[in-house]
Design a protein around this ligand. Structure first.
Ligand code: HEC
Ligand code: HEC
Ligand code: HEC
Ligand code: HEC
Ligand code: HEC
Length: 455
């Protein structure tokens, strides 16, 4: 090769590199899920901005702080829900995410995760599918950064270093189900039918102009007022679409198959946003009015003498019927703190307790829902663990049946059969706030005097 030729080749290669760089800046990265099959996917926030490389990038893509300037009330309400802290929740979410990485991903033989540095977006999607769907718009560095922050938080909690733990938690809170997740990214369900959500557009109840900076167009979302908007994350059952299925919340499944199919007419928005006028404060466990509306409880007590061979023994039956009037099974959630506890106790006039029993209603616990050590699952072995939450529209009858010692004896006669006792029935809902003291909110409470007398 002559000197001249060499020079030309160098120039030619440099040109190719430049061309390649130019082409690669033109061809923006395909968002995870390769949504390139349809038309218009490349106008989405993620496609326009390219894959997020840091937590800060990803937070900025869907940042909602600017919306507060004009939508003060919606923002304040939203901030009061776990949607605004969907990687943290009450703290348990961050804990269980960490548990999933340590006890699940790092222990499974075929996950490809030996150490925290091996975690990829796809691994975290097992949870982020619903807790942070926009993680699909980030590259693997973001998954590893999240894992590092979770690890830092966990370590700090163990050292009782509240300051560092608080900072890590605050960083996790920057990633959440923001305004732009419901009002843009996840606002269109059927993208081939209705089009992909576009950057710069706000999706709500109508078409028009939107004055918010960066978001100048308002579009009607076909699903904003429909349950399916919420159904995207509130669970149908095990997530069989994942390489290693997980199961967390499942209430959208019971909403469809046990509530709507039995004539239930209300939507998630009706009960959780419109009815009590709570708007974006979509909370359940902390909303006393909503909780009270959920249960219709009846207690019937019956005391009588039961002939136990030669003796007559005072016997009491407490019949409790519970009708779940919510639009889905309750309680929901993998968290074993979300549970309903029905307690029946009976005391004599002098205060002596003669009977006490609890019945618990809850979803499949998470470690079983996801299998021992979060591996093989109840949904691979149906019947190993059954869900005991209350189905919607159904009445559960619980019968408590106990006998007492006859009260007193009169010489020469047969026993004078007499018993008086106070029966207490309560239903409490435990929730994460109450995990420490295990008290929970009382949803129903009654006491009855039962007298069993020889007539
Ligand atoms: C400068 C003030 C301003 C900012 C900032 C702003 N908005 Fe708006 N937004 C409005 C106004 C005013 C309307 C009502 C427009 C109308 O009804 O014609 C509106 C309408 C909406 C609607 C539609 C309501 C409906 O009727 O369905 C949604 C949803 C919305 N905004 C969300 C957001 C989000 C999310 C952000 C942040 C990314 C944001 N807005 C930022 C002023 C603002
Ligand atoms: C993008 C996913 C997503 C969408 C869409 C979504 N949610 Fe949620 N929601 C979550 C997650 C995740 C949590 C729990 C966060 C945590 O605690 O870790 C949650 C929590 C809740 C809670 C709080 C439960 C409690 O503990 O009190 C309620 C109520 C709720 N959502 C209702 C709704 C309703 C109603 C809609 C539709 C208008 C909706 N959600 C849409 C993901 C979503
Ligand atoms: C199908 C969507 C979905 C998937 C997948 C999912 N979650 Fe959830 N998760 C939710 C929703 C929605 C809630 C709130 C539901 C409720 O309170 O009824 C929730 C609640 C929780 C809670 C209870 C929060 C609290 O403070 O009590 C924990 C913990 C949790 N999720 C952890 C995880 C982990 C860890 C994974 C992955 C292994 C995961 N979730 C996968 C949707 C999901
Ligand atoms: C979990 C999904 C979800 C999130 C997150 C969310 N919204 Fe909404 N938003 C809705 C739904 C659903 C409606 C329609 C309610 C209805 O039809 O009754 C709505 C309605 C609105 C409206 C119309 C007027 C109203 O208040 O009903 C505005 C404005 C609005 N949202 C702004 C916001 C802002 C600002 C944020 C962030 C602070 C936000 N939304 C976060 C689901 C969400
Ligand atoms: C007919 C009214 C009604 C409808 C429809 C309804 N809910 Fe509920 N939901 C309730 C009531 C009442 C509770 C409170 C039960 C409790 O706290 O014990 C509740 C509780 C919840 C909880 C907390 C469950 C827990 O124990 O952790 C979530 C999350 C929730 N609803 C989401 C939804 C979503 C999403 C939809 C739509 C798919 C929906 N709800 C439809 C009435 C309704």
């Amino acid at each position: 090769m002559t000197r001249k030729n060499l020079g030309r080749n160098v120039l030619f290669s440099a040109g190719l590199i430049l061309l390649a760089t130019f082409v690669s800046t033109l061809c923006l990265p395909v968002p995870a899920g390769a949504e390139s099959a349809g038309i218009g996917w490349n106008e989405s926030i993620a496609a326009k901005k390219g894959k997020a490389k840091t937590i800060a990038d990803l937070a900025a893509y869907y940042d909602s702080s600017g919306c507060a300037t004009c939508h003060k009330e919606a923002h304040a309400q939203w901030q009061n829900t776990s949607h605004s802290a969907s990687l943290v929740g009450t703290g348990r979410t961050a804990d269980v995410f960490w548990g999933f990485i340590q006890e699940g991903l790092m222990k499974w033989n075929y996950s490809g995760v030996k150490g925290t540095g091996d975690v990829k977006v796809e691994h975290l999607m097992a949870c982020a599918k619903c807790h942070l769907p926009q993680l699909a718009d980030a590259d693997d560095d973001v998954a590893r950064e999240i894992v590092a922050v979770l690890a830092e938080r966990q370590g700090a909690l163990e050292r009782k270093d509240a300051d560092t733990a608080g900072k890590a938690t605050a960083k996790l809170r920057t990633l959440n189900i923001s305004c732009l997740i419901c009002h843009n990214r996840n606002a269109v369900m059927h993208k081939w039918t209705d089009g992909y959500p576009k950057a710069g557009e706000i999706y709500g109840s109508k078409d028009g102009a939107h004055p918010g900076p960066g978001y100048t167009v308002m579009k009607k979302s076909p699903i904003m007022g429909e349950s399916i908007l919420c159904g995207q994350c509130h669970g149908l059952g095990p997530n069989l679409d994942l390489a290693n299925p997980t199961q967390c919340t499942t209430l959208y499944g019971s909403y469809i198959y046990a509530y709507r199919s039995q004539g239930g007419k209300e939507s998630c928005q009706d009960c959780h946003m419109r009815k009590n006028k709570v708007g974006h404060e979509t909370r359940a466990l902390y909303d006393p009015k909503l909780i009270q509306s959920a249960l219709d409880v009846k207690t019937v007590t019956h005391g009588f003498f039961w002939r136990d061979n030669r003796q007559y023994v005072p016997r009491v039956i407490v019949d409790v019927s519970i009708l779940n009037k919510a639009g889905h099974a309750i309680p929901d959630s993998v968290s074993s703190n979300h549970r309903l506890v029905l307690s029946v106790t009976a005391k004599k006039a002098d205060g002596t307790q003669v009977f006490s029993q609890d019945k618990i209603y809850m979803q499949v616990p998470q470690y079983l829902g996801r299998g021992g050590k979060m591996g093989r699952a109840a949904y691979e072995k149906t019947g190993v663990v059954e869900d005991s939450s209350l189905a919607p529209g159904e009445t559960v009858h619980e019968k408590f049946d106990f006998t007492l010692e006859p009260e007193e004896e009169t010489a020469g006669k047969r026993k004078k059969l007499f018993s008086e006792l106070e029966v207490f029935v309560s239903i409490r809902q435990l929730n994460p706030d109450d995990a420490q003291n295990n008290t929970g909110h009382t949803l129903y409470e009654t006491s009855r005097t039962v007298t069993i007398e020889e007539r």
